[in-house]
Design a protein around this ligand. Structure first.
Ligand SMILES: O=C(Cc1cc(-c2ccc3c(-c4nc5ccccc5[nH]4)n[nH]c3c2)n[nH]1)Nc1cccc(F)c1
Length: 265
């Protein structure tokens, strides 16, 4: 089946990105709702990322997992590449976090998100896919609030997501990447720890007002946990925010951790 733009009714803007925007869209015949991402060939060429886009499309179109956003298909014209992506009705986790009364989730809800992410990462790591850039801006909430990793390799930002630093927020970078060392799949374990902290606390563990301060805190693993965090949650975070990548708790042990088990039956 060769798709063209004329097969779709285009709706509102869902997110803005460096290489193009994402629109709500509906396939005319089936009335199936999707997210249509438009990438401009010119920008891709200028930034020399054709190979990366091809690789992303190749990888994402073959992934099938309940917590990974689907790339159903793609097509292009002279000027643009179009990605037909799964539509996530409840938007980004970043926005859902902001919408919380105290800008943070309960321990139960946080554990559910961390378990979903861990199972998606197990699936990705089995396929030697790493660094899916897990931060709240890159996580979507599908039907019934089910978490979906959408690999925003192109730093797609919702119209109102605040953390718009140069290369996306540095809050989630693990020490080995701050030091420019080669990264292994254990970078995802660090980011999972950062995310767990942020879901429970409402801000990132190493947050500060400038890059250098944040880098210093990351390299010293300098974070504090507020008193309202349970001992079990604090324990899991302490097993993920570990300087040595080899010593971080592996994914198959995360999903068996007492804090996860207690909240996700
Ligand atoms: O760029 C992405 C990932 C990606 C996903 C999305 C994206 C952004 C937003 C949404 C949404 C969505 N639902 C919303 C509901 C309320 C408010 C905002 C919403 N955004 N659903 N699905 C989406 C998908 N943008 N970019 N993949 C990719 C794959 C191959 C090549 C490539 F260059 C990129």
């Amino acid at each position: 089946k060769v798709w063209t733009l004329s097969h779709f009714d285009i709706g509102r803007l869902l997110g803005r990105g460096k290489f193009g925007n994402v629109y709500l869209a509906r396939e005319k015949e089936s009335q199936f709702v999707v997210a249509l991402k438009v990438l401009f060939k010119k920008q891709i060429g200028e930034n020399n990322v054709e190979h990366q886009v091809r690789r992303e499309i190749e990888i994402q179109s073959h992934l099938r997992h309940p917590h990974i956003l689907r790339l159903y298909a793609y097509f292009h014209d002279d000027v643009r590449i179009y990605l037909i992506l799964e539509y996530a009705p409840q938007g980004t986790l970043f926005n859902a976090l902001q919408a919380q009364p105290q800008k943070r989730f309960s321990e139960s809800q946080s554990a559910i998100y961390i378990k979903s992410l861990s199972s998606a990462l197990i699936y990705l790591h089995e396929r030697d896919i790493i660094h899916r850039d897990i931060k709240p801006e890159n996580l979507l909430l599908g039907h019934k609030g089910v978490l979906k990793i959408a690999d925003f390799g192109w730093s797609v930002h919702e119209p109102n997501s605040m953390r718009m630093t140069l290369c996306g927020t540095v809050d989630y970078l693990p020490p080995e990447m701050v030091q420019g060392k080669p990264h292994t799949k254990n970078v995802d374990l660090w980011s999972l720890g950062v995310l767990c902290y942020e879901l429970l606390v409402g801000r990132a563990p190493f947050f500060s007002n400038n890059y250098d301060e944040t880098y210093k805190k990351i390299l010293k693993v300098d974070y504090k946990l507020p008193d309202h965090i349970s001992k079990a949650a604090a324990h899991l975070i302490s097993k993920l925010l570990v300087l040595n990548p080899q010593h971080r708790l592996p994914l198959d042990q995360i999903i068996l951790h007492p804090w996860i088990v207690a909240h996700t039956q």
